[in-house]
Design a protein around this ligand. Sequence first.
Ligand code: MG
Length: 446
Amino acid sequence: MLVTRQTLEDREAQTLSPYATLSRASLGRLHPEPESVSRTAFQKDRDRVLHTEAFRRLEYKTQVFLNTQSDHYRTRLTHTLEVAQVARTAALALGLNETLAETIALAHDLGHTPFGHAGQDALDERLRQVDPDTSGFEHNFQSLRVVDVLEERYPAFDGLNLTFESREGILKHCSRRRALALEADEPGGVGSRFLDRTQPSLEAQVCNFADEIAYNTHDIDDGVRSGLLTYEQVLELPLVFRCHTEALAAAPSVQGRRLLYDTLRRMLSALVCDLTDASAALLAAHRPASADAARRGPPMIAFSNAMTVELRQVNRFLHSALYRHAQVVRTTEGAKAVVRGLFDAYLAEPAQMPAEHARRLPLQQAVVDYLAGMTDRFALKEHERLTGAPLETGGGTASVRPPPLVIDPAFDFERNPRSGVSGPSVNPPSAVHASSGVEAWKRSEG
Ligand code: MG
């Protein structure tokens, strides 16, 4: 039996919910082209994203910890794959188009700068300083630029020529000013919803939540693994504590790494189930008749109120305890200086960029595009080439290479997976948590 695009489109129409985005009903591509014989429009989009250089570069871009600090922390690529997994699960549970959700998830961070949010902030700040009229750097817009303009793979057009629905999902946020510019270029296109305040497809809404679920969960894992967070600290969070209690109830002797993983696995699962349950209830209440009706209604993908509160606690905790941890800040300050230095160097001497970038206009945009596309290690190498070490910073001199985080080797479990040796406890907890699981955890560490 040969399964054709037609068969797949029929299956979508027969099996998905009435408010799912059907590939057959896509608003199409900016440059008309024949559709595939064997793949739906969204499958084609997903495959195109996967084969880009920008996607491959995600492997060497920071999520929270610099890519060079351990082989086990999330990178922008593994984060992206985890978002895609969550998005597919949730989309499937809600009868939405799994492939569209996956495509948006795989592309959602293509525009991220090197060094995670630190790089983005530095680029935004520099851009606004040299041109107060600019909209600044927006990584969602940059992701759209990657798929619309910057990837050079096809003879007939720039970018990937993705469908409207994939592009709409990639542009998660957009300033009004940017939306007006987009609308002028593409009337009724992907900028419109920011002007008429409608929603993106339900699949795009699912992806936004999948992103939140993935990073809040995996940043706890990486934070504890690095020793910057203690397990006792994260147990202060009601959501984590509940999952920890469930893990111990199911397997009272579980401890150490397995206890952490089982707790976080339960947290991920609790978040996904809450999202799909709460969203299913909203969809049942509003009963959108089609994908387009869902766009015109209120947001219909959401957590329950209780989970929204708990996840906010997690997010606030991660901001104060991990993202603003002195060691993380010290590293990211160095990374920001690298981005600022590169921006200034290319702006002053565009010929330092490869010719295909140097000749793009306006120059500022060319510098932003080139810099945003870099991996952490390439940015460091370029900075060293252009400015030489050491790098002058406000408070004195700092190494060009941002100072490494101090990783407690005892906690880097997988580094010597077969050693069977348990090291000393990571940052001894300030307060002893009255829980048998924590005692077990400490026993396993001590
Ligand atoms: Mg993300």
